[in-house]
Design a protein around this ligand. Structure first.
Ligand SMILES: NC(=O)c1ccc[n+]([C@@H]2O[C@H](COP(=O)([O-])OP(=O)(O)OC[C@H]3O[C@@H](n4cnc5c(N)ncnc54)[C@H](O)[C@@H]3O)[C@@H](O)[C@H]2O)c1
Length: 260
């Protein structure tokens, strides 16, 4: 069970905090891993580490811009050129202007939609075009704030801006995109699922704010925020043959935040 030998997996945003562990998980199961990211430094580090710990022949790093359709197509084509086909796409990049409701401009809202909805759509369509007859798996990375609204009273007392509206609206759209494409490509045995992480703040962001971490932790049934390595397993599982009858789903990995 749980082997992925001979499978080609693309992970966009794969050099980042939450999805690098998923890249490691795929590599551990024997997959060929294409890491797509536009931060060259993080990309180089991810590819070097994966190459050192697994076979470098199975790892490819591609610098691409998820906001640009041609760049998304080029990423998919680079993966096909190197490995011949695509079995799995994990679309993990995101965008937001990070502004209050009263401050966000229309073009900023459009840019966030482009990153949160349009880009995963083009990536998925492009990748699906290179999936074998047996099918494949597509996983979008949404958020608990694509399922429930952030409570402003968690933020304002601490001097913070609530999780932004363009982010949450886009992540909600991404959940529906997943269901739509799951239905559309079901006859080709291409499964499409969504992972909705809860609170996984990094040390460089709100992760340094102990009071906020405490507020976030208390929202979870487990009384804590998520650990970085707790997303990768869910993502990898959905991509494996062990999840072969799971499609059109949103899997919350949030310590129960959205269930009470
Ligand atoms: N960390 C959390 O608490 C949390 C919670 C819910 C959902 N998520 C979602 O998880 C996913 C990963 O988040 P993360 O916390 O690992 O963030 P991260 O910033 O560490 O990782 C994102 C990666 O995407 C890359 N990237 C950004 N814009 C890009 C672009 N235009 N083209 C190509 N690459 C680009 C970055 O270089 C980075 O390596 C996102 O979709 C995010 O919305 C995160």
């Amino acid at each position: 069970m749980f082997r992925m030998d001979g499978k080609t997996v693309i992970v966009t945003g794969g050099a980042g905090y939450l999805l690098y562990p998923a890249c490691r998980g795929f590599a551990e199961l024997g997959a060929r891993v294409v890491v797509g990211d536009f931060n060259q430094e993080r990309l180089d580090e991810a590819v070097r580490e994966l190459g050192d710990d697994f076979s470098p022949d199975r790892i490819l790093g591609v610098n691409f811009d998820a906001a640009d359709e041609a760049s998304c197509t080029a990423l998919v084509e680079a993966a096909v050129e190197r490995f011949g086909k695509i079995d799995v796409l994990v679309a993990g990049t995101t965008g937001s202007a990070g502004k209050e409701v009263g401050d966000i401009a229309a073009d900023e809202f459009d840019r966030a939609n482009r990153m949160n909805i349009t880009s995963p759509f083009f990536l998925a369509r492009s990748a699906a075009g290179h999936m074998p007859e047996q099918g494949g798996s597509i996983i979008f990375i949404s958020s608990m704030y694509g399922l429930v609204a952030p409570n402003p009273s968690d933020y304002y007392p601490l001097g913070l801006t609530p999780n932004p509206v363009d982010y949450g609206a886009g992540k909600a759209g991404l959940c529906q995109l997943g269901r739509y494409l799951a239905a559309y490509w079901g006859s080709r045995n291409i499964r499409v699922n969504v992972v909705a992480p809860g609170a996984f703040p990094w040390k460089s962001g709100h992760g340094n704010n102990d009071q906020f971490i405490d507020v976030l932790g208390r929202k979870s049934m487990l009384g804590r925020i998520g650990r970085r390595e707790e997303i990768g397993g869910a993502v990898v599982f959905l991509a494996t043959d062990e999840a072969s009858f799971i499609t059109g789903q949103v899997l919350s990995v949030d310590g129960g935040v959205t269930s009470w």
